[in-house]
Design a protein around this ligand. Structure first.
Ligand SMILES: Cc1cc2nc3c(=O)[nH]c(=O)nc-3n(C[C@H](O)[C@H](O)[C@H](O)COP(=O)(O)OP(=O)(O)OC[C@H]3O[C@@H](n4cnc5c(N)ncnc54)[C@H](O)[C@@H]3O)c2cc1C
Ligand SMILES: NC(=O)c1ccc[n+]([C@@H]2O[C@H](COP(=O)([O-])OP(=O)(O)OC[C@H]3O[C@@H](n4cnc5c(N)ncnc54)[C@H](O)[C@@H]3O)[C@@H](O)[C@H]2O)c1
Length: 473
């Protein structure tokens, strides 16, 4: 029997749920199709459980570092079963909220099964036919594994999904890939007493694109955990019940070498959709539309900023437009913001150094090192640097990259200023409390203000909140 609807949404993750809500504002005839589980990648195996593991690692590190403040404590005794129990139970709580939400939606608007396209308006879901006026593909992404590793390593090869179901911490893990997932998980496991080595194929560690900050990050992470850079084309092997990599034996190999969109296996090849020279889908990020027809794509499936808040925005835009189709509306997108929850943290806001350079933009850089930044020293977290990029001539903030304390918060301030179109002068007119890590941002902005010889000096400084006072107390 054929079921017909106005909007079919493939995938009940963050993007799919946002698309569902947006489409339902226009029509009751929406169908949300999910192949595996409700609960979303973010809550089940992504943002939330990874931050739970990091929170446990931070607690252990605070005990280790306490002696620097004159507080004596024994080395932390880490109960791996208790760590993983908290990770799993809090994770289950978050997943439960999401699952309850989806299961609260009318049953007639939900379907379990794996969807694929028969034609632009027809889906096959495990043998059932669905006809839809428009379709949103929100199928997410999956870990990318180097060819042959699964066959070679069997159950010794794991991905992020596996980590959060552990009952206990393993003794040793090789982490391959020094991107976002690799850095966050390797550092957390290392601090939780697991013998870890992080392997980077080249010399690049972390997503930082500013060469000075990339070099600083490399140095800071090499101090923070066992790290092999320039590992080249890794060839792990099984040795008894262990994995042999770089001359070292590990219980497990955690592969964090990037993710690929779940766009294969959907029958999209038959739909003659526009692609770029490299074969990547040409999807309009302001409408979610792929081509001129009734197909919309959102979230990690697009490979465009694979982050939670972006998936939610893209889902909303795609779901709204799918319901309106063919009356498609273009919607604005937010300023870019990405945070890595490593230690030190990383934040990237607005345009990256690499993007500005590639576009030939004329910009100047304001710099601050956190080595001598007042509040950072007080808290013993005085490592890292912040670079802010402003357009030459106008002083308009274009972007920033940072590795250092409170990056998750300073990154937000910077992204908000980029989105608002603030200039360096406008930013210097905002209040800065004393003593806070944000005073480091002010130092970088002042440098830009001086270097760019910008007119209209900012509100006159008082002595107490001068840059020097920030260090001197
Ligand atoms: C370890 C990790 C940590 C992360 N941490 C952060 C973080 O701290 N902050 C942040 O912003 N982002 C983070 N992310 C990224 C964030 O989780 C993703 O960007 C976001 O979850 C993507 O949502 P989505 O809706 O596109 O995909 P998903 O939530 O993966 O949803 C896709 C859904 O589609 C279903 N599906 C796939 N194919 C089909 C089919 N053919 N038929 C039916 N259903 C199908 C899947 O089963 C799945 O339920 C992290 C990711 C990982 C892996
Ligand atoms: N804090 C957060 O917001 C957060 C956390 C985790 C994940 N995420 C999202 O998930 C996405 C995927 O994360 P990821 O870490 O899988 O991808 P990534 O692209 O950040 O990093 C993958 C790394 O693996 C390396 N690599 C690739 N093949 C390799 C090989 N054969 N050997 C060794 N190294 C190899 C790459 O050079 C790269 O450095 C991120 O881009 C991010 O959007 C976000």
């Amino acid at each position: 029997m054929t079921h017909s609807c106005d909007v079919a949404i493939i995938g009940a993750g963050t993007a799919g749920m946002a698309a569902y809500r947006a489409a339902r504002r226009h029509t009751e005839r929406v169908l949300l199709i999910e192949a595996a589980h409700y609960g979303t990648t973010c809550a089940r195996v992504g943002c939330m459980p990874s931050k739970l593991l990091i929170a446990a690692a931070d607690a252990a590190e605070a005990v280790r570092e306490a002696h620097r403040f004159g507080v004596q404590a024994d080395a932390p005794a880490i109960d791996g079963r208790a760590v993983m129990q908290r990770v799993r139970s809090e994770r289950d709580r978050f997943v439960g909220f999401v699952t309850d939400t989806v299961e609260g939606w009318p049953e007639a608007t939900r379907l379990f099964g794996r969807a694929s396209f028969v034609d632009a308006n027809t889906l096959d879901v495990d043998g059932r036919r669905i006809e839809a006026r428009a379709v949103v593909v929100a199928t997410g992404s999956r870990p990318r594994l180097p060819a042959g590793w699964r066959e070679r390593l069997g159950h010794r090869l794991i991905v992020n999904d596996d980590v959060f179901d552990w009952v206990d911490l393993p003794r040793s893990v090789a982490v391959v890939g020094a991107g976002v997932i690799g850095l966050e998980l390797a550092l957390a496991l290392h601090r939780l007493g697991v013998r870890v080595r992080l392997f980077a194929r080249g010399e690049r560690i972390s997503p930082l694109t500013d060469p000075e900050l990339q070099a600083l990050g490399r140095q800071l992470f090499a101090e923070a955990l066992p790290l092999t850079a320039n590992a080249g084309d890794l060839q792990p092997a099984v040795d008894g019940d262990q994995v042999l990599l770089g001359g070292e034996r590990f219980d497990l190999l955690l592969c964090a070498s990037g993710r690929e969109p779940n766009l294969d296996g959907l029958g999209l090849e038959a739909l003659a959709l526009p692609r770029d020279a490299a074969g990547r889908p040409r999807i309009d990020r302001h409408t979610g539309q792929w081509g001129a027809g009734p197909l919309f794509v959102a979230g990690d499936a697009t490979e465009d900023r694979p982050l939670l808040h972006e998936a939610a925005d893209a889902g909303r835009i795609a779901g709204d437009n799918a319901a309106r189709f063919p009356d498609v509306h273009r919607r604005p997108r937010r300023a870019p913001l990405a945070v890595v929850f490593s230690d030190p943290q990383i934040a990237m806001a607005g345009a990256s150094h690499a993007e500005l350079t590639a576009a030939g933009t004329a910009f100047d850089t304001g710099r601050v090192s956190f080595a001598d930044q007042g509040r950072s020293r007080v808290m013993g977290v005085n490592r890292g640097g912040l670079h802010v990029y402003a357009q030459r001539g106008t002083g308009r903030l274009l972007g920033a990259e940072m590795i250092g304390p409170a990056a998750e918060h300073i990154g937000h301030l910077l992204a908000w200023c980029v989105q608002r179109g603030d200039t360096v002068q406008q930013m210097l007119n905002y209040p800065f409390y004393h003593p806070v890590v944000e005073e480091g941002l002010r130092t970088a902005l002042r440098q830009l203000h001086n270097d760019q010889h910008l007119p209209d000096p900012p509100i006159e400084d008082c002595l107490d909140c001068d840059t020097e006072a920030e260090v001197g107390g």
